[in-house]
Design a protein around this ligand. Structure first.
Ligand code: NAD
Ligand code: TYD
Length: 362
Protein backbone atom coordinates (compact mmCIF):
# COMPACT_ATOMS: atom_id res chain seq x y z
CA UNK A 1 0.00 0.00 0.00
CA UNK A 2 1.52 3.36 -0.94
CA UNK A 3 1.53 6.19 1.56
CA UNK A 4 2.06 9.92 1.91
CA UNK A 5 3.50 11.76 4.90
CA UNK A 6 1.55 14.84 5.96
CA UNK A 7 2.86 17.37 8.49
CA UNK A 8 0.45 19.54 10.48
CA UNK A 9 -2.46 17.24 9.72
CA UNK A 10 -4.23 18.02 13.01
CA UNK A 11 -4.55 21.73 12.20
CA UNK A 12 -7.26 23.51 10.25
CA UNK A 13 -6.28 22.88 6.62
CA UNK A 14 -4.25 19.75 7.37
CA UNK A 15 -7.16 17.94 9.04
CA UNK A 16 -9.51 18.90 6.20
CA UNK A 17 -6.88 17.57 3.79
CA UNK A 18 -6.48 14.27 5.67
CA UNK A 19 -10.25 13.74 5.87
CA UNK A 20 -10.81 14.61 2.18
CA UNK A 21 -7.86 12.48 1.09
CA UNK A 22 -8.97 9.35 2.93
CA UNK A 23 -12.49 9.81 1.56
CA UNK A 24 -11.24 9.62 -2.01
CA UNK A 25 -7.78 7.92 -2.19
CA UNK A 26 -6.31 4.61 -1.12
CA UNK A 27 -2.92 5.72 0.22
CA UNK A 28 -2.17 5.48 3.90
CA UNK A 29 -1.43 8.82 5.59
CA UNK A 30 1.35 9.21 8.14
CA UNK A 31 0.19 12.34 9.95
CA UNK A 32 3.03 14.07 11.83
CA UNK A 33 1.91 16.83 14.17
CA UNK A 34 3.38 18.36 17.30
CA UNK A 35 -0.12 19.21 18.60
CA UNK A 36 0.49 22.85 19.45
CA UNK A 37 -2.50 24.91 20.62
CA UNK A 38 -3.67 24.78 16.94
CA UNK A 39 -3.51 20.99 16.56
CA UNK A 40 -6.62 19.10 17.58
CA UNK A 41 -7.08 15.35 17.30
CA UNK A 42 -10.84 15.79 17.75
CA UNK A 43 -10.82 17.00 14.12
CA UNK A 44 -9.82 13.45 13.13
CA UNK A 45 -12.16 11.62 15.48
CA UNK A 46 -14.00 9.98 12.56
CA UNK A 47 -10.75 8.21 11.56
CA UNK A 48 -10.29 6.47 14.92
CA UNK A 49 -10.84 3.02 13.45
CA UNK A 50 -9.36 3.74 10.01
CA UNK A 51 -6.08 1.83 9.70
CA UNK A 52 -5.04 4.09 6.81
CA UNK A 53 -4.49 6.98 9.26
CA UNK A 54 -1.29 6.69 11.30
CA UNK A 55 -0.88 9.59 13.71
CA UNK A 56 2.59 10.45 15.02
CA UNK A 57 3.04 13.16 17.63
CA UNK A 58 6.37 14.71 16.69
CA UNK A 59 8.10 18.00 15.98
CA UNK A 60 9.30 18.58 12.41
CA UNK A 61 12.47 20.03 13.93
CA UNK A 62 13.40 16.51 15.03
CA UNK A 63 15.30 15.61 11.82
CA UNK A 64 16.25 12.14 13.06
CA UNK A 65 12.64 11.31 13.84
CA UNK A 66 11.57 12.57 10.41
CA UNK A 67 14.32 10.49 8.79
CA UNK A 68 13.17 7.43 10.77
CA UNK A 69 9.55 7.89 9.64
CA UNK A 70 10.61 8.25 6.00
CA UNK A 71 12.77 5.10 6.22
CA UNK A 72 10.00 3.15 7.97
CA UNK A 73 7.05 4.13 5.77
CA UNK A 74 8.72 5.05 2.45
CA UNK A 75 5.99 7.55 1.50
CA UNK A 76 5.70 8.56 -2.15
CA UNK A 77 5.28 12.20 -1.10
CA UNK A 78 5.51 14.68 1.76
CA UNK A 79 2.76 17.29 2.04
CA UNK A 80 4.04 19.94 4.43
CA UNK A 81 1.38 22.00 6.25
CA UNK A 82 2.96 22.26 9.72
CA UNK A 83 3.49 25.87 10.67
CA UNK A 84 2.74 28.61 13.11
CA UNK A 85 0.02 30.33 11.13
CA UNK A 86 -1.48 33.34 12.92
CA UNK A 87 -0.18 36.82 12.02
CA UNK A 88 -1.19 38.40 15.35
CA UNK A 89 0.69 35.69 17.27
CA UNK A 90 3.73 36.34 15.07
CA UNK A 91 3.64 40.00 16.08
CA UNK A 92 3.47 39.22 19.80
CA UNK A 93 6.00 36.36 19.64
CA UNK A 94 7.93 35.87 16.39
CA UNK A 95 10.40 33.29 17.79
CA UNK A 96 8.12 30.27 17.36
CA UNK A 97 7.58 31.26 13.71
CA UNK A 98 11.31 31.21 13.02
CA UNK A 99 11.67 27.91 14.88
CA UNK A 100 8.88 26.02 13.14
CA UNK A 101 8.38 27.73 9.79
CA UNK A 102 12.04 28.27 8.92
CA UNK A 103 14.11 25.82 10.99
CA UNK A 104 11.37 23.17 10.92
CA UNK A 105 11.08 23.33 7.14
CA UNK A 106 14.86 23.15 6.88
CA UNK A 107 14.91 20.09 9.15
CA UNK A 108 12.22 18.37 7.08
CA UNK A 109 14.01 19.23 3.83
CA UNK A 110 17.22 17.73 5.18
CA UNK A 111 15.45 14.50 6.14
CA UNK A 112 13.71 14.43 2.76
CA UNK A 113 16.92 15.08 0.84
CA UNK A 114 18.81 12.27 2.58
CA UNK A 115 15.91 9.86 2.06
CA UNK A 116 15.30 10.84 -1.56
CA UNK A 117 18.99 10.67 -2.50
CA UNK A 118 19.13 7.02 -1.43
CA UNK A 119 16.01 5.93 -3.36
CA UNK A 120 16.24 3.87 -6.55
CA UNK A 121 15.96 6.02 -9.69
CA UNK A 122 12.33 5.13 -10.44
CA UNK A 123 11.18 6.07 -6.91
CA UNK A 124 13.31 9.23 -7.02
CA UNK A 125 11.52 10.36 -10.16
CA UNK A 126 8.04 9.97 -8.70
CA UNK A 127 8.79 11.32 -5.18
CA UNK A 128 7.35 14.79 -4.34
CA UNK A 129 7.90 17.31 -1.55
CA UNK A 130 4.88 19.63 -1.60
CA UNK A 131 5.26 22.76 0.49
CA UNK A 132 2.04 24.55 1.43
CA UNK A 133 2.54 28.30 1.58
CA UNK A 134 0.61 31.54 1.55
CA UNK A 135 -0.10 34.56 -0.66
CA UNK A 136 1.14 36.75 2.21
CA UNK A 137 4.74 36.26 1.04
CA UNK A 138 3.99 38.73 -1.78
CA UNK A 139 3.22 41.57 0.63
CA UNK A 140 0.39 44.02 0.15
CA UNK A 141 -1.49 45.42 -2.89
CA UNK A 142 -2.91 48.86 -3.61
CA UNK A 143 -6.60 49.04 -4.57
CA UNK A 144 -5.90 49.02 -8.33
CA UNK A 145 -2.88 46.70 -8.44
CA UNK A 146 -3.23 43.46 -10.41
CA UNK A 147 -3.48 40.29 -8.27
CA UNK A 148 -0.34 38.35 -7.27
CA UNK A 149 1.05 36.01 -9.94
CA UNK A 150 3.75 33.38 -9.47
CA UNK A 151 6.33 35.94 -10.67
CA UNK A 152 5.32 38.74 -8.28
CA UNK A 153 8.40 39.48 -6.20
CA UNK A 154 8.42 38.55 -2.54
CA UNK A 155 7.84 41.40 -0.06
CA UNK A 156 6.65 39.85 3.22
CA UNK A 157 5.58 42.33 5.89
CA UNK A 158 4.86 40.32 9.05
CA UNK A 159 7.08 37.90 10.96
CA UNK A 160 4.61 35.19 9.85
CA UNK A 161 4.86 35.97 6.14
CA UNK A 162 8.63 36.54 6.39
CA UNK A 163 9.07 33.10 7.95
CA UNK A 164 6.92 31.49 5.25
CA UNK A 165 8.89 33.37 2.56
CA UNK A 166 12.15 32.05 4.03
CA UNK A 167 10.74 28.52 3.94
CA UNK A 168 9.64 28.98 0.31
CA UNK A 169 13.18 30.06 -0.60
CA UNK A 170 14.69 27.03 1.13
CA UNK A 171 12.32 24.72 -0.73
CA UNK A 172 13.19 26.42 -4.02
CA UNK A 173 16.90 26.03 -3.32
CA UNK A 174 16.58 22.30 -2.57
CA UNK A 175 15.12 21.81 -6.03
CA UNK A 176 17.69 23.95 -7.83
CA UNK A 177 20.69 22.73 -5.88
CA UNK A 178 19.93 19.10 -5.13
CA UNK A 179 17.20 18.28 -7.63
CA UNK A 180 14.67 17.38 -4.90
CA UNK A 181 11.30 17.23 -6.74
CA UNK A 182 9.55 20.03 -4.88
CA UNK A 183 6.22 21.76 -5.47
CA UNK A 184 5.14 24.96 -3.73
CA UNK A 185 1.59 26.31 -3.45
CA UNK A 186 0.79 29.88 -2.38
CA UNK A 187 -2.82 30.12 -1.30
CA UNK A 188 -5.12 32.93 -0.20
CA UNK A 189 -7.17 33.03 3.04
CA UNK A 190 -9.06 29.80 3.73
CA UNK A 191 -12.27 29.35 5.69
CA UNK A 192 -14.44 26.36 6.60
CA UNK A 193 -14.86 23.62 9.25
CA UNK A 194 -12.23 23.18 12.00
CA UNK A 195 -10.92 26.74 11.59
CA UNK A 196 -9.43 27.79 14.93
CA UNK A 197 -11.46 30.67 16.42
CA UNK A 198 -8.53 33.07 16.59
CA UNK A 199 -8.91 33.79 12.86
CA UNK A 200 -11.44 36.31 11.61
CA UNK A 201 -14.37 34.16 10.39
CA UNK A 202 -14.61 31.59 13.23
CA UNK A 203 -13.80 34.27 15.83
CA UNK A 204 -16.69 36.44 14.61
CA UNK A 205 -19.13 33.50 14.64
CA UNK A 206 -18.04 32.45 18.15
CA UNK A 207 -18.10 35.99 19.57
CA UNK A 208 -21.44 36.80 17.93
CA UNK A 209 -23.14 33.76 19.47
CA UNK A 210 -21.54 34.49 22.86
CA UNK A 211 -22.82 38.11 22.80
CA UNK A 212 -19.24 39.43 22.77
CA UNK A 213 -17.78 42.37 20.77
CA UNK A 214 -16.92 41.67 17.11
CA UNK A 215 -13.46 43.27 16.83
CA UNK A 216 -12.67 45.07 13.57
CA UNK A 217 -9.03 46.11 13.24
CA UNK A 218 -8.63 49.71 12.00
CA UNK A 219 -11.25 50.76 9.44
CA UNK A 220 -12.19 47.20 8.35
CA UNK A 221 -11.50 47.99 4.70
CA UNK A 222 -8.60 45.51 4.38
CA UNK A 223 -9.28 43.08 1.55
CA UNK A 224 -8.67 39.31 1.54
CA UNK A 225 -9.35 36.73 -1.20
CA UNK A 226 -11.36 33.97 0.53
CA UNK A 227 -11.24 30.31 -0.54
CA UNK A 228 -13.31 27.47 0.93
CA UNK A 229 -10.92 24.96 2.52
CA UNK A 230 -12.04 21.89 0.52
CA UNK A 231 -11.22 23.78 -2.69
CA UNK A 232 -7.70 24.36 -1.34
CA UNK A 233 -7.40 20.64 -0.50
CA UNK A 234 -8.53 19.70 -4.02
CA UNK A 235 -5.97 22.09 -5.50
CA UNK A 236 -3.18 20.51 -3.43
CA UNK A 237 -4.21 17.02 -4.60
CA UNK A 238 -4.14 18.27 -8.18
CA UNK A 239 -0.70 19.87 -7.81
CA UNK A 240 0.63 16.72 -6.16
CA UNK A 241 -0.64 14.58 -9.02
CA UNK A 242 0.16 16.77 -12.00
CA UNK A 243 2.34 19.72 -10.92
CA UNK A 244 5.77 20.09 -12.49
CA UNK A 245 8.66 19.67 -10.00
CA UNK A 246 10.33 22.96 -9.15
CA UNK A 247 7.20 24.97 -9.98
CA UNK A 248 5.05 27.15 -7.75
CA UNK A 249 1.27 27.47 -8.11
CA UNK A 250 -0.92 30.27 -6.79
CA UNK A 251 -4.29 29.16 -5.42
CA UNK A 252 -7.15 31.56 -4.78
CA UNK A 253 -10.90 31.96 -4.74
CA UNK A 254 -11.35 34.91 -7.11
CA UNK A 255 -13.28 36.31 -4.20
CA UNK A 256 -12.00 39.60 -2.80
CA UNK A 257 -13.95 41.04 0.12
CA UNK A 258 -13.26 43.66 2.76
CA UNK A 259 -13.25 42.48 6.37
CA UNK A 260 -16.32 44.60 7.08
CA UNK A 261 -18.21 42.95 4.20
CA UNK A 262 -17.29 39.51 5.57
CA UNK A 263 -18.35 40.41 9.11
CA UNK A 264 -21.62 41.99 7.96
CA UNK A 265 -22.39 38.89 5.86
CA UNK A 266 -21.87 36.67 8.91
CA UNK A 267 -24.06 38.94 11.05
CA UNK A 268 -26.90 38.85 8.51
CA UNK A 269 -26.71 35.04 8.26
CA UNK A 270 -26.79 34.63 12.03
CA UNK A 271 -29.69 37.11 12.31
CA UNK A 272 -31.60 34.71 10.09
CA UNK A 273 -30.45 31.38 11.54
CA UNK A 274 -30.14 32.29 15.26
CA UNK A 275 -32.06 35.55 15.76
CA UNK A 276 -31.17 37.50 18.90
CA UNK A 277 -33.87 38.28 21.46
CA UNK A 278 -33.51 41.93 20.48
CA UNK A 279 -31.39 43.88 18.01
CA UNK A 280 -28.95 42.56 15.39
CA UNK A 281 -25.54 40.85 15.58
CA UNK A 282 -24.01 43.80 13.70
CA UNK A 283 -24.74 45.89 16.84
CA UNK A 284 -21.83 43.98 18.45
CA UNK A 285 -19.28 45.30 15.87
CA UNK A 286 -16.50 47.14 17.71
CA UNK A 287 -13.62 48.97 16.05
CA UNK A 288 -10.29 48.32 17.76
CA UNK A 289 -6.73 49.44 17.25
CA UNK A 290 -5.28 48.26 13.95
CA UNK A 291 -2.77 45.41 13.57
CA UNK A 292 0.78 46.84 13.26
CA UNK A 293 2.00 46.62 9.66
CA UNK A 294 -1.46 45.43 8.58
CA UNK A 295 -1.43 44.39 4.89
CA UNK A 296 -4.16 46.29 3.08
CA UNK A 297 -5.06 43.92 0.29
CA UNK A 298 -4.28 40.38 -0.94
CA UNK A 299 -5.55 39.01 -4.24
CA UNK A 300 -4.48 35.91 -6.15
CA UNK A 301 -4.25 35.42 -9.89
CA UNK A 302 -5.03 31.70 -10.07
CA UNK A 303 -4.88 31.37 -13.85
CA UNK A 304 -1.70 29.25 -13.97
CA UNK A 305 -3.14 26.35 -11.96
CA UNK A 306 -6.36 26.53 -14.00
CA UNK A 307 -4.52 26.66 -17.34
CA UNK A 308 -1.87 24.03 -16.61
CA UNK A 309 -3.63 21.70 -14.17
CA UNK A 310 -7.32 22.36 -14.80
CA UNK A 311 -8.14 23.36 -11.20
CA UNK A 312 -10.58 26.07 -10.24
CA UNK A 313 -12.68 26.57 -7.12
CA UNK A 314 -16.02 24.79 -6.91
CA UNK A 315 -17.54 26.84 -4.08
CA UNK A 316 -18.68 30.45 -4.34
CA UNK A 317 -18.39 32.58 -1.21
CA UNK A 318 -22.16 32.29 -0.76
CA UNK A 319 -22.11 28.47 -0.85
CA UNK A 320 -18.89 28.13 1.19
CA UNK A 321 -19.88 30.53 3.94
CA UNK A 322 -23.31 28.88 4.12
CA UNK A 323 -21.64 25.51 4.80
CA UNK A 324 -19.23 27.11 7.26
CA UNK A 325 -21.85 28.86 9.38
CA UNK A 326 -23.99 25.71 9.39
CA UNK A 327 -20.96 23.66 10.53
CA UNK A 328 -20.19 26.02 13.42
CA UNK A 329 -23.83 26.06 14.52
CA UNK A 330 -23.84 22.24 14.48
CA UNK A 331 -20.46 21.91 16.23
CA UNK A 332 -20.74 24.21 19.22
CA UNK A 333 -19.20 21.42 21.32
CA UNK A 334 -16.05 21.52 19.14
CA UNK A 335 -15.88 25.29 19.62
CA UNK A 336 -16.39 24.96 23.39
CA UNK A 337 -13.56 22.41 23.55
CA UNK A 338 -11.02 24.62 21.82
CA UNK A 339 -12.01 27.71 23.82
CA UNK A 340 -9.93 26.39 26.69
CA UNK A 341 -7.70 28.07 29.25
CA UNK A 342 -4.87 28.71 26.81
CA UNK A 343 -7.21 30.27 24.28
CA UNK A 344 -8.60 32.65 26.88
CA UNK A 345 -5.07 33.76 27.79
CA UNK A 346 -4.45 34.52 24.10
CA UNK A 347 -7.66 36.55 23.78
CA UNK A 348 -6.63 38.60 26.78
CA UNK A 349 -3.15 39.23 25.36
CA UNK A 350 -4.35 40.18 21.87
CA UNK A 351 -7.49 42.17 22.57
CA UNK A 352 -7.34 43.61 26.09
CA UNK A 353 -4.06 45.33 25.22
CA UNK A 354 -5.61 47.05 22.20
CA UNK A 355 -6.54 50.60 23.02
CA UNK A 356 -9.68 52.10 21.55
CA UNK A 357 -8.90 53.25 18.00
CA UNK A 358 -7.29 56.60 17.52
CA UNK A 359 -9.60 59.26 16.13
CA UNK A 360 -10.33 59.05 12.45
CA UNK A 361 -9.70 55.33 11.99
CA UNK A 362 -13.38 54.40 12.08
P1 NAD B 1 -2.97 25.74 11.79
O1 NAD B 1 -2.26 26.70 12.68
O2 NAD B 1 -4.44 25.53 11.95
O3 NAD B 1 -2.30 24.28 11.92
C1 NAD B 1 -0.92 24.10 11.98
C2 NAD B 1 -0.66 22.67 12.44
O4 NAD B 1 0.78 22.47 12.48
C3 NAD B 1 -1.18 22.37 13.86
O5 NAD B 1 -1.83 21.12 13.88
C4 NAD B 1 0.10 22.33 14.71
O6 NAD B 1 -0.01 21.47 15.83
C5 NAD B 1 1.13 21.83 13.70
N1 NAD B 1 2.50 22.24 14.05
C6 NAD B 1 2.92 23.47 14.41
N2 NAD B 1 4.25 23.45 14.67
C7 NAD B 1 4.66 22.18 14.45
C8 NAD B 1 5.93 21.54 14.53
N3 NAD B 1 7.03 22.20 14.89
N4 NAD B 1 6.00 20.22 14.21
C9 NAD B 1 4.89 19.52 13.84
N5 NAD B 1 3.67 20.09 13.77
C10 NAD B 1 3.56 21.40 14.06
O7 NAD B 1 -2.61 26.20 10.32
P2 NAD B 1 -3.50 26.13 8.98
O8 NAD B 1 -4.33 27.34 8.90
O9 NAD B 1 -4.10 24.79 8.89
O10 NAD B 1 -2.34 26.28 7.89
C11 NAD B 1 -1.66 25.13 7.39
C12 NAD B 1 -0.61 25.58 6.39
O11 NAD B 1 -1.24 26.31 5.33
C13 NAD B 1 0.43 26.53 6.99
O12 NAD B 1 1.67 26.20 6.44
C14 NAD B 1 -0.03 27.91 6.53
O13 NAD B 1 1.07 28.78 6.40
C15 NAD B 1 -0.64 27.59 5.18
N6 NAD B 1 -1.71 28.50 4.72
C16 NAD B 1 -2.76 28.79 5.55
C17 NAD B 1 -3.79 29.62 5.07
C18 NAD B 1 -4.99 29.93 5.92
O14 NAD B 1 -5.84 30.76 5.49
N7 NAD B 1 -5.17 29.32 7.08
C19 NAD B 1 -3.72 30.15 3.77
C20 NAD B 1 -2.62 29.82 2.96
C21 NAD B 1 -1.62 28.98 3.45
P1 TYD C 1 -6.88 36.56 9.89
O1 TYD C 1 -8.05 35.64 9.88
O2 TYD C 1 -6.03 36.65 11.10
O3 TYD C 1 -6.02 36.19 8.58
P2 TYD C 1 -4.75 36.98 7.90
O4 TYD C 1 -4.25 38.01 8.85
O5 TYD C 1 -3.78 35.87 7.68
O6 TYD C 1 -5.30 37.56 6.63
O7 TYD C 1 -7.41 38.02 9.56
C1 TYD C 1 -8.15 38.29 8.38
C2 TYD C 1 -8.38 39.77 8.33
O8 TYD C 1 -9.25 40.16 9.42
C3 TYD C 1 -7.12 40.60 8.53
O9 TYD C 1 -7.17 41.75 7.70
C4 TYD C 1 -7.15 41.01 9.99
C5 TYD C 1 -8.63 41.13 10.26
N1 TYD C 1 -9.05 40.83 11.65
C6 TYD C 1 -9.89 41.73 12.35
O10 TYD C 1 -10.27 42.79 11.81
N2 TYD C 1 -10.26 41.41 13.61
C7 TYD C 1 -9.85 40.27 14.23
O11 TYD C 1 -10.20 40.06 15.44
C8 TYD C 1 -9.02 39.35 13.52
C9 TYD C 1 -8.54 38.08 14.15
C10 TYD C 1 -8.66 39.67 12.22
Amino acid sequence: MSSILVTGGAGFIGSNFVLDWLASQDDTIINVDKLTYAGNLNNLHSLKTDARHIFVKADINDTERMAGLLAQHRPRAIVHFAAESHVDRSILGPGAFVTTNINGTFSLLEAARAHWSALPASEQASFRFLHVSTDEVYGTLGPNDPPFTESTHYAPNSPYSASKAAADHLVRSYHHTYGLPTLTTNCSNNYGPYHFPEKLIPLIIANALAGKPLPIYGDGQQVRDWLYVSDHCAAIRRVLRAGRPGETYNIGGWNEMSNLEVVNTLCRMLDELRPKASGHYADQITYVKDRPGHDRRYAIDARKIERELGWKPVETFASGIGKTVAWYLDHQDWVRDVLSGDYLKWVEKNYDARETPSEGTV
